[in-house]
Design a protein around this ligand. Structure first.
Ligand SMILES: [Zn+2]
Length: 457
C-alpha cells in the first residue's frame, strides 16, 4: 500500500505555549521537545525567537539537542524577526524559518494598517530574505480563512515564486467549517501557479470545536502537513489535537488513507508529560488520552467488553500508550514494571535514578499496598528535587530527568495533572518529606514580555 505521508508539525511549544497558563521555561521546553522526538513528530516549532530571550534560548537549545526532526522558529514578516529566528536556529540539523503575515482585510486595516499591495510586497520581500538564509521556508498568511480568496491566491503565488517550500493556511480564529476549509485548499491547488512544488499545510483553531475536522478536510483536499499540538493546547480554545488527528487516520484508513511517522505508544506519555509540566490537567473525557477515554462504566458495556473488546472499543489503550490498568503496582512489582509505568507517565530514567525511585517505591508499597500513578508521580517529583540538590548534578540537568522547576508546591496538583483518582489518600504524606525544602530554580514566565506578540497564526 502506498499511502501519502502526512508531515506532523507540532506547535505545542509555540502556539500551545501561548495558551493561558501553559508557559514553560527553557528546561521544560527542552524536555518536552525530547519527548516529541521520541513521539516521532516531523517538525517541532520550538518558539518565536524575537518574542523573548526565553523563547530564543529555547529554540537555540532544542536546535542544538535534536538531530532528527526539523526545528522551526517563528518570525513576523520583517527582517529583524527573520534574522533573530535564523540566529536561534544556527545549531539545528534541519532548520526552518516560519514567516507569517496577516492577509485578511480586517487584519490589514485594523491591526497592521497597511494596504493589500504593501502586504503582498512585504510577504514577498521577507520570504526572499528568509530564503537567502535558509533553504526551508514556511509562509503563513494569517487569518487566511477570512481573506479574500483571489488575494490569498496572489500572496501564496508570490511567496512560492521567491522560494517558500511550505505554505500554511491558518484558520487563525477557528471560524471555518470542514467543507469550506477543504474547498479553500482545493481552490488554492487549482488556481495558484507553482503550488505543486510546495507542501500545503493546515493550521486550524478549535473555537467551534472543529479544528480536527477542518484539518482532516484539508488533508482530503491535498494538504500534506498538519499543524497540531499535544492535548490540543493553543491560543483560546486551542489547536487541532495531535493525538486525535493521528488516531483518526490510524483507526479509519478506509476514509483517511494516509500515513504519519507517529509512534502511537508515545501519545499518552507525551500528553502526561505536558500536563505535568504546565500543571494544566487533561479533561477526563478528552478523546484518545483523557482519563475516561478507555473507561467502561455501564454494566452492559462491561459485559460486552469482557466477551469481546471489539464490542465497544475501536482502538486498544496500548495502541496509544495508555497504561494497562490490570497491571497493578505493588510491593511485588519488579524494577522493570516500575520503569515501564514511569515511562508511560512521561518519565525516562537512567539506571541510577531508577534505583533511587525503586528503593523509595518498595518502602511505600510496603505501607500502602497498591501504588497509584499519583503516588508514583509524587515520588518522582520528590526524587527529582533531591537529585538537583545533590552534588552530582553535573551533566544531568535537563537531560532525561525533570528539572527542579517542575517541583510542585501543592502535591495535589500532581494528581490532578496526572488525571489520577481524586479519592487517593493524601499523596503529600506518603513520601514522608512533604516539608522538605525544594530547590528553587526561578520559574521564568516570559509572557509578560510577550504581550505584543500574543497573536500568531
Ligand atoms: Zn495558531
Amino acid at each position: 500500500m502506498d499511502r501519502p505521508r502526512i508531515t506532523i508539525f507540532d506547535t505545542t511549544l509555540r502556539d500551545g505555549e501561548q495558551s493561558p497558563g501553559c508557559s514553560m521555561n527553557v528546561q521544560e521546553k527542552l524536555r518536552l521537545a525530547q519527548q516529541l522526538d521520541r513521539l516521532g513528530v516531523d517538525v517541532i516549532e520550538a518558539g518565536f525567537p524575537i518574542a523573548s530571550d526565553g523563547d530564543f534560548e529555547a529554540v537555540q537549545s532544542i536546535s542544538a539537542s535534536l538531530r532528527r526532526p526539523i526545528v522551526a522558529g517563528l518570525a513576523r514578516a520583517c527582517t529583524g524577526d527573520v534574522d533573530r529566528a535564523w540566529q536561534a536556529l544556527q545549531g539545528a540539523a534541519h532548520p526552518r524559518i516560519h514567516v507569517f503575515l496577516a492577509t485578511s482585510d480586517i487584519h490589514l486595516k485594523y491591526k497592521l494598517r497597511i494596504t493589500r499591495e504593501k502586504c503582498l510586497e512585504q510577504a514577498r520581500e521577507t520570504v526572499r530574505h528568509a530564503k537567502s538564509l535558509c533553504a526551508d521556508v514556511e509562509f503563513s498568511p494569517e487569518d487566511a480563512t477570512r481573506t479574500d480568496v483571489a488575494f490569498l491566491c496572489q500572496v501564496v503565488e508570490a511567496v512560492i515564486a521567491v522560494g517558500a517550500t511550505t505554505v500554511n493556511i491558518p484558520d487563525t480564529v477557528g471560524y471555518s467549517m470542514p467543507e469550506e476549509y477543504g474547498n479553500l485548499i482545493r481552490t488554492l491547488r487549482e488556481k495558484v501557479a507553482g503550488i505543486d512544488r510546495v507542501t500545503i499545510s493546515t493550521h486550524c483553531h478549535n473555537d467551534l470545536g472543529l479544528a480536527v475536522a477542518n484539518s482532516l478536510a484539508g488533508v482530503q483536499q491535498g494538504a500534506r502537513q498538519v499543524e497540531c499540538a499535544i492535548n490540543g493546547i493553543g491560543e483560546r480554545a486551542g489547536n487541532a489535537s495531535l493525538e486525535e488527528i493521528v488516531m483518526a487516520m490510524r483507526v479509519r484508513p478506509d476514509r483517511y488513507p494516509y500515513e504519519t511517522a507517529i509512534a502511537g505508544e508515545h501519545l499518552y506519555p507525551s500528553s502526561q508529560m505536558l500536563a505535568e509540566i504546565t500543571r494544566v490537567p487533561v479533561q477526563p473525557n478528552k478523546a484518545i488520552i483523557g482519563r475516561n477515554a478507555f473507561a467502561h462504566e455501564a454494566g452492559i458495556h462491561q459485559d460486552g467488553m469482557l466477551k469481546n473488546p471489539l464490542t465497544y472499543e475501536i482502538m486498544t489503550p496500548q495502541s496509544v500508550g495508555v497504561p494497562d490498568s490490570r497491571l497493578v503496582l505493588g510491593k511485588h512489582s519488579g524494577r522493570h514494571a516500575l520503569a515501564l509505568r514511569c515511562e508511560q507517565l512521561g518519565h525516562q530514567f537512567e539506571r541510577r535514578e531508577l534505583d533511587e525511585i525503586y528503593r523509595r517505591f518498595v518502602v511505600l508499597a510496603d505501607r500502602i499496598k497498591k501504588v497509584q500513578d499519583s503516588h508514583l508521580l509524587e515520588l518522582i517529583q520528590d526524587v527529582a528535587s533531591g537529585t538537583v540538590s545533590s552534588s552530582d548534578v553535573t551533566g544531568r540537568q535537563g537531560k532525561k530527568f525533570p528539572p527542579a522547576a517542575a517541583t510542585l508546591p501543592f502535591p495535589r496538583a500532581v494528581s490532578a495533572a496526572a488525571g489520577a483518582n481524586a479519592n487517593d489518600s493524601h499523596p503529600a504524606q506518603i513520601s514522608g518529606s512533604a516539608g522538605q525544602a525544594s530547590v528553587s530554580i526561578p520559574f521564568t514566565d516570559h509572557h509578560s514580555e510577550q504581550e505584543d506578540y500574543l497573536w500568531g497564526v
